[in-house]
Structure formats: C-alpha cells, structure tokens
Design a protein around this ligand. Sequence first.
Ligand SMILES: Nc1ncnc2c1ncn2[C@@H]1O[C@H](COP(=O)(O)OP(=O)(O)OP(=O)(O)O)[C@@H](O)[C@H]1O
Ligand SMILES: [Mg+2]
Length: 323
Amino acid sequence: MGLTLSGSVAIEVAHLSKTYEGNVTAVEDITFQVAPGEVFGLLGPNGAGKTTTLRVLITVLRPSGGTARVLGLDVVEQATQVRQIIGYVPQERAIDRFLTGREHLQLLASLYHLPKDRAAARIDEVLRLVSLENKADEVARNYSGGMKRKLDIACGLIPDPKVLFMDEPTLGLDVQSRLKIWEHIRELKARGITIMVTTNYLDEADQLCDRIAIIDGGRVKAIGTPNELKSGLGGDVVTLTLAPGDLDKVEGLAQALKAQEGVRAVSANRNRLDIRVTSPEKTLPAILAQVGARQCRLEFVDYHRPRLDDVFLAHAGHRIQED
Ligand SMILES: Nc1ncnc2c1ncn2[C@@H]1O[C@H](COP(=O)(O)OP(=O)(O)OP(=O)(O)O)[C@@H](O)[C@H]1O
Ligand SMILES: [Mg+2]
C-alpha cells in the first residue's frame, strides 16, 4: 500500500532543522519525501512548524541544518531555479482591497515577466480553474472568504508551477467553500501538479491528502496514507466520558484500565478517556466492569474504528485541538 517512491521524487526533505533568531527551534530533524503528482499534507497544531517547513521549501528561509530539494533542485544552492518551478499560496492572504481579481493576476503576471498575450490567456485559464471567471472584474474587497482564497490559489498558479505549496488553504472557511477548494486542488492534481498543503484540519488531511506527515513540536511523528496510519494503530477505540462530578476518579480508572488485558493505551483528558483496545467485543465488558467497580458514573460511551484524531493522539500524545 501507499505510493512507492522509486524513480523520481518531487520533494525531498532530509534532516531539516530551522532555528530562528532568539533560539526558537521551529523545526527539528524533519525527513520526508513526496512523490510526483501526490497531494501531501503536513498536519499539525498551531506552532508545529508547518509554515517554517514550507518557507524553507519555497526558498525564503535558510535551513539551519539538513537539506531540501524540489524536483531534484537544492533549495539553498539552486534557489533561483527552484523559484521557477514552484507556486506558493501563503497562509495570510495578501489581497489588495482596491484591485479586481483580474488586476491582481495581471500584477503577478508582470512580476513573472509573462508576455502580455500569454499573460491574458494564462489569467483566463487560472480564473476558470478556480471558478472565478464571473467575479474576475469585481474588486476583491467584495469577495467572500472562499472567493478570496480562490484568488490566492489563482495567484499561486500564475507561474504554471510543477509543484504547488499551499499554507492552510481552507483555514477559517465555511464547509461549502472548503469542499470547493478541495475540488480545485483535486483538479490541479489531475493535471499532474505535485501539491503540498499544510493543515490543522483532520478531515482535510484525511479526505484530501494522498499521504500525510503528522508534525508536532517541530518533529515528524508519523508518515503514511490516512488508511495506513489508521490501521497502523492496530485496534479500535473506546471513549468513555464520565460525569463531570467524577473528575477525581479519572486517573485511578485510567491506571486500572492500563493494566487490563486487551488494552493497548489509555489517554485521559479531563473527564474523557480514550482507550485503544485490540478487540472491543472482549475488552468492552471488562472496561465497563472496571467503571462499575470504581463507582464511576458514565455520561457517554463511544466505540469506533480508529480515526485520524486517534492517530494524532497516539503519536503526538495529545489531541490536535484540545477541547
Ligand atoms: N520569524 C520567526 N521568529 C521567531 N520564531 C518564529 C518565527 N516564525 C515562527 N516562529 C516560531 O516557530 C514555531 C513554528 O512556527 P510555524 O509558523 O512554523 O508554525 P505553524 O505550524 O505554521 O503554526 P500555525 O498553525 O499557527 O500556522 C512557533 O513556535 C513560532 O512561534
Ligand atoms: Mg502556519
């Protein structure tokens, strides 16, 4: 399963580290490879080091250690050539309120020194790609959040990149707009573009990305296809939510369950316990017996196949979004 990386590699990051001035180590010894045509996701919480990694890859940050290559080109030694083959959609949108969508794209096309006729054709093409044709001549100030994000993506596509880097492409968008952006990203993939996205949305990593690297505290915790990562947990998850008045019993129950046969791992967060089990049919009765023996009041029991949030918890030791 998974994509074999024999032959060529689109993005190759090896032992990459980045320490900012003031001694903040944002990224430490990160290694991963992205195959041509993949949608690869960096999944991690705020401050994990996603943007830092991306900014090294797009040649605007110098790594403190390790190497990174895009289509075989070194991002330090061959930065100019790297810039000629990549596109970038930043996390913070840089949209001017007074320009229309088309004017933004024209400005960028001139920055890339595209000849006028080629620029016009290219602009029409990218507008079509993100379904903004009908809004192209309105000032971007009047765009919705989703439309602004589409314009950001269109901007990243102007240089006709072979590799596109997108930093949190759907951050803060409503569900409909997010689904539309995913559609556009899939269309770019279908055109053979290699795409690397960062996200802290579990469902985005799960549904959009061919493979993901889970990153936390500047380190890669796990890499694989979403399915590989989920089945890699080897077992199912039982979640117990205790009555809020039983908070003081959580720790004792967690310890007791850890010793229980068939229980692989227990993680407690406030009045909630996530229990990874090898076989729920066998272990669930034993878990409930422990709950009864300790006179814990159960508010809710849930049993499910591993989801990506369970994968994140198992590898990072905490939830991606603490609730
Ligand atoms: N220019 C900088 N100078 C010093 N520290 C920085 C700088 N940029 C980022 N950092 C720190 O590096 C760490 C990683 O930041 P980074 O922006 O890469 O995280 P991120 O995963 O993109 O987070 P988010 O989801 O919030 O965008 C954080 O601790 C951050 O405070
Ligand atoms: Mg970021």
